[in-house]
Ligand binder design. Structure first.
Ligand code: NAP
Length: 269
């Protein structure tokens, strides 16, 4: 076991953003556990990283939409004291509009993007908190705050990732566990083919290279940021948004309906 950094478990590490996280974290000194369905692709990613960095890289072929496979990864997270980082990256999207989307595909998306991420976090949190050390990186999306952009269920799953991460950061503030949520914009990976719109159909100026995205996200982690939005150049936009949300939070629950609703009731009687 690598005592300095420990082991990072990365889901969705067979391609795209996850495979680059694997490369970068190995270069930072982490040993790796790489999780995805495609064992051959995982094996190729692992071999390259092992050769280039000399780090220990293990692969786990698992379908995180399958309860039994998911449980095996949960057990690994809760039982392996060498794991110091969880990168919840595996996810699928859709560009289908509500009237044309297949509801079973939507359910499968919720299962992976929401249920698997939640269960893996629940496996890691007690272990990390108990040791007073650990990092959870949750890959959301800009659609978490801009759900009009793509498929609505996809936006909903990523809004879950953001909200869940906000709560984890709040609850775990005193435990030594670091929580980061990453909100990528359009990123050049296989995601787009699988989601139904090839990335080449998007305007080049809104698409980031996957290695730039991951390097920026890791720079945000090193800055101990909570929310990292690599494509957002004006950081104050997020700060204003977040300040408005927090200012409103204390006013949302009261014993009396607001005056604008009481006016209607009064007019009727
Ligand atoms: P990608 O290249 O398609 O990678 C997705 C990864 O998830 C693959 O390694 C895939 O491997 C794995 N995966 C898919 N279904 C799985 C399942 N049922 N069980 C286990 N692993 C599964 O796409 P990406 O862009 O790197 O996506 C990574 C994350 O970034 C996702 O959460 C996505 O929502 C988010 N994101 C992407 C973009 C973008 O524009 N690309 C923007 C915002 C957010 P296998 O097929 O081998 O299982």
């Amino acid at each position: 076991m690598n005592e300095a950094k420990g082991t990072a478990l990365i889901t969705g590490a067979s391609s795209g953003i996850g495979a680059i996280y694997a490369d970068r974290l190995a270069r930072q000194g982490y040993d790796l556990i790489l999780v995805a369905r495609n064992a051959d692709k995982l094996g190729r990613v692992a071999k390259t990283i092992q050769e280039q960095t000399g780090r220990k890289v293990e692969t786990v072929a698992a379908d995180l939409g399958d309860a039994r496979d998911l449980r095996a990864v949960e057990d690994r997270l809760s039982g392996d004291a060498g794991i110091t980082m969880l990168v919840n990256n595996a996810g699928i999207g859709s560009t289908a509009q509500t009237l044309e989307a297949d509801v079973d595909a939507m359910s499968a998306m919720v299962s992976l993007n929401v249920n698997a991420l939640m269960r893996l976090s629940y496996a890691a949190v007690p272990a990390f908190a108990g040791r007073g050390r650990g990092t959870i990186v949750n890959i959301a999306s800009i659609v978490a705050v801009a759900p009009e952009v793509l498929n609505g269920v996809y936006g909903g799953t990523k809004a879950f990732v953001l909200a869940f991460s906000q709560n984890l950061r709040h609850e775990l503030a005193a435990t030594g566990v670091q929580i980061q949520v990453v909100l990528p914009g359009a990123t050049a990976t296989d995601f787009w083919d699988i989601a139904g719109t090839p990335v080449e159909h998007l305007p080049g100026e809104i698409v980031m290279r996957a290695d730039d995205l991951v390097d920026a996200a890791l720079a945000g982690l090193a800055r101990e940021e909570f929310a990292t939005i690599p494509g957002l150049h004006d950081e104050s936009r997020w700060e204003v948004f977040e300040a408005a949300r927090q200012a409103m939070a204390g006013e949302l629950s009261t014993s009396m309906p607001a005056a604008r609703y009481r006016t209607l009731e009064g007019a009727a009687s």
